[in-house]
Ligand binder design. Structure first.
Ligand code: MTE
Ligand code: LUZ
Ligand code: MOS
Length: 773
């Protein structure tokens, strides 16, 4: 099995990131001044003391921006540096450029900011009630929901609180800008979206796009956090480098990165679900209040994906899904693996749990009853094709013996009083394609050198997810040569123009398909060239294991001989491929269409043991059947599935963002924000891949990056299952379900700290996990 291409570099510590290349002579260092107030009008911004400090070269504020102070990716009105207002603590208001990073950071403290403070809102329900929106709320609907509720045997209603999540990429945000000839600048940025960075830098500087070159070798993780919010830091260094005519670098300190950048959006939600006696879902009504933060960023696109995924893997004939992007005084929240999908799926899973409990039915039974099958219609109008929901479920149930697991859990619970085991099944269904249709395009540039080695550039950014490995595998397989011959270049805006972000799990799909178009173009030239030489028709020719075959028969033409022959005969050895996903469309007036090229399915079975006296728990096992197409690289896929699952488990269990009353992030360091370590993860993690040819994916593959995160939602319901085995109550739906919340849920009514049976909303600004009502 061939390795992830970065594995040897990572393990030897040789992988190069933005600031690992030798610093150019005279390079200066920037540090950002964040607003100490969450909301208010800036009365005074005085940088003179900072500017006077020894070693400080410049301090830039909004007034120094040569172009337009605008970095909004979707909606306008988002500033790089605050002008007259601030909207969240940590919002950049100025940045210092100094001789060393230490001097710059110290000088940040010398900038005087006075603000006439305004009241803050941190709770999306409150923002919703006040009509504080980022954009107009949207509703997807299917069937006649109100009429359908009239015909239901059971109706349950409830509320959910779903917390955000810190991206915690190992490499914090950073960028290095180097002035070049004339007024050009080259910038190395840790971004998932080099073109977004290029565009924003150009706008901030007031120059055409081609004056700015962005180059990305790899990221130490992005997870969506660098889809849009890597831009700010690059804009700052590019602007400073142009003005000062010196290289400038900005590396965010972890504390600043955590305080200044947006996270996964917290959501609040209300649901109402109606079913027939036999467990079929008739109607689902759901309202989602997205905590968008203080600026739009990608919130409206994230909200859209919440609308798309609100019914997860279930066929619901009558549905009304309402979602509102609510403006609050927190960081502008942003893309995070799953992009609003996980929050929405949590809501429908909560509704199913509550319904099953009300009906005295097993949750699994109810889930299974309603799984999608071909011909069902999603609320957004797309018809289900090649559904793998039941296939994955059945496979998981059989492979991992769900019935046996259930029996063992019940036997355990019958013989244990204070520790209880719980079980949950979590099916997933995730749509693949950017929901903004125009983003579903990609380019690749392929060169073959005369020795037969190959260079490939695409718009795909390597963030650990293995796109580099995948593209190398694809190019090698298409050419019929060894992977070692293929080098994947950095992602650079001068080689690939107008690239979409590396996101939506679609990077290999889009860029891999573009690569195939480019390799095919060169292969066609080779076939045309070789046919008369070998005396055959072009379509009889193929290349396998570096040898030319005619109708499968070996010839004495090797790859190197072909390439050399092409060069001597002046046949082009380079090609550019352009791919646009076919067959996708969406009408936002009707809220109907076919937005996704296909869906990814899967099923996870999670088992936990809860210590019901202490609230602590262990995840015994997570067993997954995951729907992949034909695999490009097995270790990459396994890494994505296990990594995504781990991130989902952390989101649902340990990771808790805490803010104080002023809107300041308290969990702003690794000492106060608990991410899962190896001990928090299940001892037993099993993954079975279902590899069924996917006609849309390069070489029959399926996207894998985000969907596995949503298996993590299962752990919430497994813990709830165990809690109900201890005391059968109607616990609130409040994620993450930290050990403290388990304890208060089980015993809060006795301890007097909280009422487990009522659904209480957790105030964002409160560090306390449970709020008594
Ligand atoms: N895996 C690693 N190791 N690092 C990352 O930053 N990002 C995730 C996922 N897996 C990420 C990752 C997210 S949010 C997405 S959208 C996809 O990878 C992006 O890459 P892909 O489109 O190639 O799947
Ligand atoms: N980014 C984006 C995404 O811009 N559009 C999307 O649909 C999307 N989906 C998942 C993750 N990132
Ligand atoms: Mo991923 S949230 O699409 O970067």
């Amino acid at each position: 099995m061939s390795k992830h291409l970065d594995a040897p570099f990572h393990t030897r510590g040789e992988s190069l990131y933005v600031d690992d290349n030798p610093a150019p002579d005279g390079m200066l260092h920037a540090a950002v001044v964040g607003s100490p107030f969450a909301h208010g009008d800036i009365r005074k911004l005085d940088v003179s003391r900072a500017l006077a400090a020894d070693g400080v070269v410049a301090v830039f504020t909004a007034e120094d921006i040569p172009g337009e102070n605008e970095i909004g990716p979707i909606l306008k009105g988002e500033v790089l540096l605050a002008e007259d207002k601030v909207g969240y603590i940590g919002q950049p208001v100025a940045f210092v450029v100094a001789k060393t990073p230490e001097i710059a950071r110290e000088a940040v403290e010398l900038v005087d900011i006075e603000v006439d403070e305004l009241p803050i809102v941190v709770d999306p329900r409150e923002a919703h009630a006040k009509g504080h929106f980022i954009d107009t709320p949207r509703t997807f609907s299917l069937g006649d929901v109100d009429a359908a509720f009239e015909n239901c045997d059971v109706i349950v209603e409830g509320e959910c609180e779903i917390a955000g999540q810190e991206h915690l990429y190992l490499e914090t945000n950073r960028a290095r800008a180097i002035p070049e000839e004339g007024d050009r600048v080259k910038c190395f940025s840790s971004t998932q979206s080099p073109y977004a960075v290029q565009k924003s830098c150009a706008r901030i500087c007031g120059v055409p796009h081609h004056k700015i070159e962005i180059d990305v070798k790899r990221l130490g993780g992005g997870f969506g956090g660098k889809e849009d919010q890597a831009t700010h830091w690059a804009c700052m260094v590019v602007m400073a480098a142009r003005i000062l005519r010196k290289p400038v670098e900005l590396v965010l300190h972890r504390l600043d990165d955590m305080q200044m950048t947006g996270k996964r959006h917290p959501y609040s939600a209300d649901f109402k679900i109606g079913l027939r006696e036999d467990g079929t879902i008739e109607a689902f009504d759901c309202k989602m209040y997205q905590n968008s933060g203080a600026a739009a960023d990608l919130s409206t696109a994230v909200l859209e994906r919440s609308l798309f995924h609100a019914t997860n893997s279930y066929a619901i004939p009558n549905a009304r899904i309402y979602a509102a992007p609510c403006r609050t005084n927190l960081q502008p929240h942003t893309a995070f693996r799953g992009f609003g999908g996980p929050q929405a799926m949590f809501v429908v899973e909560s509704a199913l749990a509550k319904a099953a409990e009300a009906m005295g039915m097993g949750r699994e039974e109810l889930q299974y009853e309603n799984l999608l099958t071909d011909g069902d219609v999603f609320p957004y109008g797309q018809t289900v094709e090649s559904a793998q929901a039941k296939a994955c479920w059945d496979d998981a149930v059989e492979t991992f013996d769900l019935a046996g697991m259930r029996e063992a859990v019940e036997a355990y619970n019958a013989s244990h009083d204070t520790t209880k085991k719980g079980l949950a099944v979590m099916p997933i269904c995730f749509g693949i394609s950017f929901t903004k249709i125009f983003l579903n395009q990609a380019s690749a540039l392929v060169h073959i050198y005369t020795d037969g080695s190959v260079s490939v550039s695409t718009g795909g950014v390597e963030m650990g997810q293995g796109v580099t490995t995948n593209i190398a595998e694809i190019a090698a397989a298409e050419f019929g040569i060894a992977r070692e011959r293929c080098k994947i270049e950095s992602t650079n805006t001068t080689r690939i123009a107008n690239m979409s972000p590396s996101a939506a799990s679609a990077t290999t799909d889009l860029n891999g398909n573009a690569t195939i178009l480019a390799t095919n173009e060169i292969l066609d030239r080779f076939r045309t060239m070789l046919a008369p030489e070998i005396d055959c028709e072009p379509d009889q020719i193929s290349i396998v294991d570096e040898t030319v075959l005619v109708d499968g028969e070996e010839t004495d033409w090797t790859w190197e001989k072909v390439v050399n022959h092409a060069y001597i005969n002046r046949v082009g050895l380079s090609a550019h491929g352009f791919y646009a996903t076919p067959g996708i469309h969406f009408d936002t007036d009707e809220e109907k269409g076919r937005p996704f090229a296909y869906h990814v399915y899967g099923t996870a079975i999670t088992q936990v043991t809860v210590d019901c006296l202490r609230g602590r728990y262990d995840i015994d096992t997570v067993r997954v059947v995951h729907d992949l197409g034909r695999q490009i690289n097995e270790v990459v896929d396994l890494g994505q599935i296990e990594g995504g699952l781990a991130q989902g488990l952390g989101w649902m269990t340990l990771e808790e963002l805490a803010y104080d009353e002023e809107g300041r992030l308290l969990s702003n360091a690794l000492s106060t924000y608990k991410a899962p370590d190896v001990y928090a993860l299940p001892d037993d993690m099993q993954v079975k891949m279902r590899t069924i040819d996917n006609p849309s994916g390069p070489r029959g593959s399926k996207a894998v990056g985000e969907p596995p995160l949503m298996y993590g939602i299962g752990v919430y319901f497994a813990i709830r299952d165990a809690m109900r085995a201890f005391a059968e109550r109607d616990y609130e739906f409040d994620a993450p379900i930290t050990p403290e919340k388990v304890l208060m849920g089980l015993h809060g009514h006795v301890l007097g700290g909280g009422d487990a049976t009522s659904v209480s909303s957790t105030d964002e600004e409160s560090a306390a996990p449970i709020v008594a009502e």
